[in-house]
Design a protein around this ligand. Structure first.
Ligand SMILES: C[S@@+](CC[C@H](N)C(=O)[O-])C[C@H]1O[C@@H](n2cnc3c(N)ncnc32)[C@H](O)[C@@H]1O
Length: 254
């Protein structure tokens, strides 16, 4: 059993910098969100597990909508309020299982790299069903255990692949859980995500240890991987972008 990651302890510190979105990735994700937002106007959006607000203002601008960022970690919320403020965004305390919004009030919800952190997934699915109006879409950007990608992190930190397999539910498990509370799977698409323009930049970001999976590694495992990565980064002659096709599961509220 893997321990829960508490973003109030360490992860908040390097998150905004270590996980900053490159313009290319921001554009690719927004395009996918817009393509899969369903029919009908999108005026009210929930960013569930909004963290430091990486996507929250992007949603407000991209949909010209009011966005509520719901985030349980006080430290992550404080950073969002300070660094990702937007006139149409409100950051509120809460969690996927306790959304501080009325019934059927949201036209769209995003959960970006949040689902694996949610302890009571059945309660969260039911709560999301309560908050979204009929016909609304729920966009879940997540790793799925039966669709692991060939990520660079697995090469330098091999045990992270094992951890991801244990941590993430499969596509079928996720779709079934949501089907029980009133969602149909509308699509599963891949979004091209570039996390760094060069290996050197990637190494610098990994040095911030701002990935929750690193909390499950020993310091020795982490340092061993970093040494190999930093050696390769130092030997980089041509810029090597670090990219992956990431899954976006699209669920439609019945
Ligand atoms: C990897 S971060 C993603 C943050 C943001 N969505 C992003 O993409 O930058 C995961 C976030 O989920 C939050 N989180 C953890 N448990 C949660 C829950 N039960 N409901 C909602 N958010 C949760 C964490 O506090 C953290 O801010």
């Amino acid at each position: 059993m893997l321990k829960r990651v508490d973003y109030d302890l360490t992860q908040h510190a390097g998150y905004a910098k270590g996980r900053a979105l490159l313009p290319l990735s921001r554009a690719n994700w927004l395009r996918a969100f817009r393509e899969h937002a369903g029919t009908g106007p999108v005026r009210t959006v929930l960013d569930v597990g909004s963290g430091t607000g990486r996507f929250t203002p992007v949603l407000a601008d991209g949909f010209a909508a009011d966005v509520t960022g719901v985030e349980p970690s006080e430290r992550m919320r404080e950073i969002a309020q300070a660094e990702a403020a937007h006139p149409d965004v409100t950051y509120l305390p809460g969690s996927a299982a306790e959304l501080p919004v009325p019934d059927a009030s949201a036209d769209l919800a995003l959960m970006f790299l949040v689902w694996h952190h949610v302890p009571d997934k059945a309660a969260a699915a039911a709560e999301l069903a309560r908050a979204l109006r009929p016909g609304a879409r729920l966009l879940i950007a997540t790793t799925l255990s039966d669709r692991l990608k060939d990520l660079l992190i697995y090469r330098y930190f091999p045990r992270t692949k094992e951890i991801d397999t244990a941590l993430f539910p499969s596509r079928a498990e996720t779709a079934e859980l949501f089907a029980e509370v009133g969602f149909d799977e509308a699509a599963l698409v891949e979004v091209h995500h570039r996390s760094s323009d060069t290996l050197a930049e990637y190494a610098e970001r990994q040095r911030m240890r701002a990935l929750s999976v690193y909390e499950h590694l020993t310091d020795e495992e982490y340092e061993e991987g970093m040494a190999a990565l930093e050696a390769d980064a130092a030997a980089e002659t041509e810029p090597t972008p670090v990219e992956a096709e990431c899954d976006l599961l699209v669920l439609a509220r019945r």
